[in-house]
Design a protein around this ligand. Structure first.
Ligand code: ATP
Ligand code: MG
Length: 423
């Protein structure tokens, strides 16, 4: 045997057993997007590297160490997208979708980050994202959170917690950044290596540190909420008021800064305690400066994206993931002429009963082996054509999950029974 070629670490096959849950998630999300007036946009997987450097930010984990970047044959630096917002904004600008209009867009597809693979954290993972342009908020921010909640409810997912925070205006961020630099510089010897590096490049990222030795120091750091200017504070108050009015429970987490540079004002995360340390299932916020930063006319934006693998894992652990439906009938044919007759009958049945699921071994194997297959398939009935049935011009209809007797039927009678079964 030749040596097997393995998949790339952190890049998974989604197997048939999991596909019904993926389909459910995709269907529920698609329906919710339509209900809230979001239009789908399909974006390329590869973009110019500069797009992410400029939007996500050069001093972020994603750009510093997680991007799949390569030089193509023409010498251009390209990157497999690590997230969708930047591409969505780029597409909105290139196609004139954002100019003086309000726009609600959604996308889905694979994202790529060179992270350490572990449960719930992969190098190729899938997101569904929603982005709204041209709205100042905060009511739109609330609406976006309601959209995400509707999707979770539609999936039967329970026990998610919403955390919100405000990063304020760029001026807020600048002043807060200075305060953080002062604070952490005065405790320089307590910073781990990573945080020392972040202190110079991106001090807000220190708050994201998972190092327990840093926890106490971080707990004592200044809070961004005390740096909000009046307009930012009013925006944040509006968000909280809207969430209260809409009956969305949340907590304010003043340490929530998010890993990307482009956020302003609202940031949020939906969290679960049921997936170990990979607890964020949906995250996002407002990015009022991003469209302009990427060469468009200044346009406010806000959005979120959810991690499909983590949501599917939750559906599975909470018991709301659907199973693949079994075939309505398992087809058994013994002998070559019977197999041909069965092919014709099956097509006739599929024409007559939309959505009818028929499966079988395509006449391969003995009657015994085909009956075993029928049993394993979880189909409700077997349709059998052997020598006798063929001579008779009939089909044996054998209920598999009840004590009902097997009967001989004409093909019209079979159609009638299966139509009743699948309806
Ligand atoms: P985390 O804190 O888990 O690293 P993040 O803040 O980097 O998440 P975002 O960039 O906000 O994540 O992406 C939105 C969502 O996509 C996350 O909430 C998560 O559900 C999912 N996600 C992010 N990175 C991964 C990954 N490497 N593998 C699987 N899902 C991911
Ligand atoms: Mg991350």
């Amino acid at each position: 045997m030749s040596k097997r070629i393995e998949a790339i670490r952190g890049m998974n096959d989604v197997l048939p057993a999991d596909i019904p849950a993926w389909h459910r998630l995709e269907a529920v999300a698609r329906e919710a997007m339509a209900v809230y007036g979001y239009s789908e946009i399909r974006l390329p997987i590869v973009e110019q590297t500069a797009l992410f450097e400029r939007s996500v930010g050069e001093a972020t984990d994603i750009v510093e160490k997680e991007m799949y970047t390569f030089t193509d044959r023409g010498g251009d630096s390209l990157t497999l997208r690590p997230e969708g917002t930047a591409s969505c904004v780029r597409a909105g600008i290139s196609n004139g979708l954002l100019h003086n209009q309000r726009q609600r867009l959604w996308y889905s597809g694979p994202m790529f980050r060179y992270e350490r693979p572990q449960k719930g954290r992969y190098r190729q993972f899938y997101q569904i994202g929603a982005e709204a342009f041209g709205f100042e908020g905060p009511w739109l921010d609330v609406e976006l959170l309601l959209l995400s909640r509707r999707i979770f409810n539609g999936l039967g997912i329970r026990n998610l917690r919403l955390q919100v925070n405000s990063l304020g205006s760029p001026e807020t961020r600048r002043r807060y950044r200075e305060a953080l630099v002062d604070y952490f510089s005065s405790a320089h010897e307590q910073l781990d290596e990573e945080s020392q590096r972040r202190l110079k490049r991106n001090p807000m990222r220190i708050l994201d540190s998972k190092n327990p030795d840093m926890a106490e120091l971080i707990a004592g750091a200044p809070e961004i909420l005390s740096y909000l200017d009046d307009a930012s504070a009013a925006h944040f108050a509006g968000l909280r008021e809207g969430l209260d009015a809409a009956g969305v429970e949340f907590t304010v987490n003043s340490r929530l800064v998010r890993g990307l540079d482009y956020y302003t004002h609202t940031v949020f995360e939906w969290l679960t305690d049921e997936l170990g340390s990979q607890g964020a299932v949906c995250a996002g916020g407002r990015y009022d400066g991003l469209v302009e930063e990427l060469g468009g006319k200044a346009t406010p934006g806000v959005g979120w994206s959810m991690g499909i693998e983590r949501l599917v894992a939750l559906m599975q652990s909470q018991g709301s993931a659907p199973d693949a439906p079994p075939p309505h009938a398992f087809l058994i044919a013994v002998g070559r002429p019977a197999a041909i007759e069965m092919l014709k009958l099956a097509e006739k049945l599929r024409d007559a009963v939309p959505g009818l699921r028929l499966s079988g071994q395509a006449g391969e194997g003995s009657l015994k082996s085909q009956l075993k297959g029928a049993d394993r398939s979880d189909a409700g009935v077997a349709l059998i054509i052997g020598k006798d049935e063929l001579a008779d011009g009939r089909v044996a209809y054998k209920p598999l999950r009840s004590n009902e007797e097997q009967v001989l039927l004409t093909s019209d009678e079979v159609t009638g029974r299966l139509a009743a079964l699948s309806g």
